[in-house]
Ligand binder design. Structure first.
Ligand SMILES: NC(=O)c1ccc[n+]([C@@H]2O[C@H](COP(=O)([O-])OP(=O)(O)OC[C@H]3O[C@@H](n4cnc5c(N)ncnc54)[C@H](OP(=O)(O)O)[C@@H]3O)[C@@H](O)[C@H]2O)c1
Length: 294
């Protein structure tokens, strides 16, 4: 056994994990999922990355494996399609891959009036953001429970805390993830599995996200973060067993203000911000009276 391997093993032991175990990350080809993969690889944790076919997943897995000397596997599948999660389950079962960390990160959204959205967009958003998470967690849970220590990290959003005009389906899917995670955490209280849920504000990942953050002006600059910083902070908090993880002190303050401020004001502010970036140009902003229903 090499010196390097021994060092890895003692590091993993400190985290309660065992050498040879894997972290499964959905949406691991780019953005926040890729950043999670980097952080975990730095912790000497092997990786199973899942994303859509032809997304550069193979290259991402190879480069992480070379850079950090960890085992990496990748599975190309559409998690929103029938049989997508089952394909992942089949490979993990057949190859007997020991998974001790599950990160349900893949997600999708649109930003426009509900009436301008398509049924396909809404269906993809609901299936990927919620059903795929439920299925993946249900499949892996028996294996996770057999580990010495295991972690589930579900990626929600600050959108989970508020109804979001111009993202009317995305926000409820993220509220589902928040509540699902907290309920599961309670159920698994006396098992080796710790459940955390991440609720980030804007993250500078894909072009769509960065354009949206730019359009929010100074608020966007103040509240958004780089994917690497979000991933670093989140993995640290996940390993500490924190329930709800909100990266950025300003975002934690916004969460508090949003909780205690009159809800009509909260909806109006969210509406004003997200109408700026809505597909199809600047939408009309509803006056406060129509928001409160007066
Ligand atoms: N960016 C933000 O501002 C922000 C803020 C709050 C919360 N979040 C949440 O953070 C998570 C990651 O966001 P991100 O900005 O990193 O997204 P992203 O850059 O668009 O990456 C999404 C990842 O999910 C994968 N994916 C998308 N649809 C899939 C499907 N049907 N089946 C399998 N994999 C699929 C993508 O794979 P391909 O490479 O194959 O497309 C990609 O790896 C999401 O859950 C999002 O809701 C993001």
């Amino acid at each position: 056994m090499t010196k390097k391997y021994l060092a890895k093993e003692s590091h993993l032991d400190n985290l309660g994990l065992r050498a040879g175990e894997y972290a499964l990350i959905t949406g691991g080809s780019q953005g926040l999922g890729r950043a999670f993969a980097e952080v975990l690889a730095r912790h000497a944790i092997n990786l199973i990355l899942v994303a859509l076919p032809a997304s550069g997943l193979a290259e991402a897995a190879l480069s992480l494996s070379r850079q950090y000397d960890v085992q990496t596997r990748y599975i190309e599948t559409d998690l929103a399609a029938d049989g997508g999660v089952e394909a992942v389950a089949r490979i993990i079962t057949q190859e007997k891959l020991p998974v001790s960390v599950l990160i349900n990160n893949a997600g999708t959204s649109y930003n426009c009036r509900f009436e301008d959205s398509t049924i396909d967009e809404n269906e993809a958003c609901i299936l990927l953001n919620t059903l795929a998470v439920v299925k993946m967690t249900h499949f892996l849970l028996p294996y996770l429970k057999q580990c010495h220590r295991a972690y589930i990290l579900n990626v929600s959003s600050m959108a989970a805390f508020f109804p979001m005009p111009y993202m009317p389906v995305y926000a409820p899917t993220k509220a589902f993830i928040l509540n699902f995670s907290l309920a599961l955490r309670q159920e698994l209280n006396h098992t080796p599995v710790r459940v955390s849920v991440l609720c980030p504000n804007g993250i500078r990942t894909c072009r769509r996200s960065t354009d949206k953050i730019k359009a929010f002006g100074w608020i966007g600059r103040l509240t958004s973060m780089e994917a690497d910083d979000v991933a670093d902070y989140t993995i640290q908090k996940m390993l500490e067993g924190q329930a709800v993880i909100i990266p950025g002190i300003i975002n934690r303050a916004i969460r508090l203000v949003g909780h205690y401020a009159p809800q009509a004001w909260v909806y109006a502010v969210v509406s004003a911000l997200y109408s700026r970036t809505a597909r199809g140009g600047k939408a009309k902003i509803a006056p406060l009276s129509s928001v409160t229903g007066e």
